[in-house]
Design a protein around this ligand. Structure first.
Ligand SMILES: Nc1ncnc2c1ncn2[C@@H]1O[C@H](COP(=O)(O)OP(=O)(O)O)[C@@H](O)[C@H]1O
Ligand SMILES: CC(=O)N[C@@H](CCC(=O)OP(=O)(O)O)C(=O)O
Length: 290
């Protein structure tokens, strides 16, 4: 008999694969909503890795629903037309001209780029916005001090179009735009949109991919697990600020709305989603009811 000694690196890979088994069994048939942020999109290699992860989830029987952002790309297009972006509480003040540009960039450009990345990775994606199939109906958001123009507040989610696409073996990719009662477009923050879709689809997981390792404490150490009450304390003591506040509010709303867990993940780390889902170690910050 030959003395066969497998390469230890190969053995480690095989162990990782067997480690994934209980997670594969647990998650088959469930829905994962994945928000892919505008900041995470710049690098083609990361876009390819992201698309491969989504296609792998679909292949193992999970139903991924991708919601994408595109804030920086909308900002760049507006700037090229000589329009400065204005934000109130992290929301883009959206007049009619800005809405046209936002819809063109989100639905026309970014949505189709993601569809193409998924196609290259061997999957079949259908790119829509919240207007298609009246997925997301919205009204003008009322803000206590500012007129935000065509920023939308979500009234209702009808998941028929998502269910139809997923059941046909395809992956829905959703641009964060809602439809008003007269067919008008509303600009919706992509994190908020992803949270609503996660609740409405009864998702097991909501992933928010961003440009930090997760939620960091004051010493910049990663906080791996948080409950809604711990998040409230972090906000009170100033540990979290800026864009992280609405992001974590979306996580709280999602888990209080029935999503098992919401995870803030580093979109700059290759295959962060797979590490989080299929390894014991996980990645990012997981938010769950205490
Ligand atoms: N405690 C914290 N831990 C991590 N990030 C934080 C924290 N507090 C504030 N932030 C900021 O939140 C940002 C993520 O929110 P945002 O810029 O809105 O992300 P995205 O554009 O991906 O939606 C981080 O880049 C970071 O600057
Ligand atoms: C109302 C509002 O602010 N809408 C966002 C929609 C895109 C978005 O949320 O993109 P990111 O996730 O990449 O930031 C905007 O116009 O920028």
């Amino acid at each position: 008999m030959t003395d066969y000694r497998p390469d230890p690196a190969l053995l480690a890979k095989a162990e990782t694969l067997t480690e994934a088994l209980p997670y594969l069994q647990r998650y088959a048939g469930s829905t994962f909503v994945v928000k892919y942020g505008g900041h995470a999109m710049g690098d083609p290699e990361l876009a390819r890795d992201f698309a491969e992860d989504v296609v792998l989830l679909k292949a193992v029987g999970i139903n991924p629903v991708v919601v994408h952002g595109g804030g920086p790309q909308i900002g760049a297009m507006l700037k090229a037309s000589g329009v400065e972006s204005k934000f109130v509480d992290g929301l883009r003040v959206t007049d009619e001209a800005t809405m046209k540009v936002a819809e063109m960039v989100l639905s026309g450009q970014i949505n189709k780029e993601i569809v193409a990345w998924i196609a290259r990775a061997g999957g079949r994606a259908v790119g829509i916005s919240g207007k298609d199939g009246r997925l997301v109906t919205a009204t003008k958001m009322k803000h206590p001090t500012h007129d935000l123009g065509l920023v939308g507040e979500i009234d209702h989610v009808d998941t028929t179009v998502l269910d139809t696409i997923s059941r046909a073996g395809m992956i829905p990719v959703v641009a964060p735009i809602g439809i008003g009662k007269d067919g008008e477009s509303y600009n919706i923050n992509a994190d908020t949109m992803a949270g609503f879709l996660a609740i409405a689809t009864g998702a097991e997981r909501l992933f928010l991919l961003t440009d930090v390792a997760g939620v960091l404490d004051k010493q910049k150490a990663l906080l791996t697990d948080l409950t809604p009450s711990q998040i409230n304390l972090l906000q009170t003591d100033g540990t979290i600020s800026g864009g992280m506040i609405p992001k974590l509010q979306t996580c709280i709303d999602a888990v209080e709305g029935g999503v098992d867990a919401a995870v803030i993940l580093d979109g700059r780390v290759p295959h962060a989603m797979l590490i989080e889902i299929f390894t014991k170690q996980g990645a990012g910050t997981l938010v769950r009811l205490g």
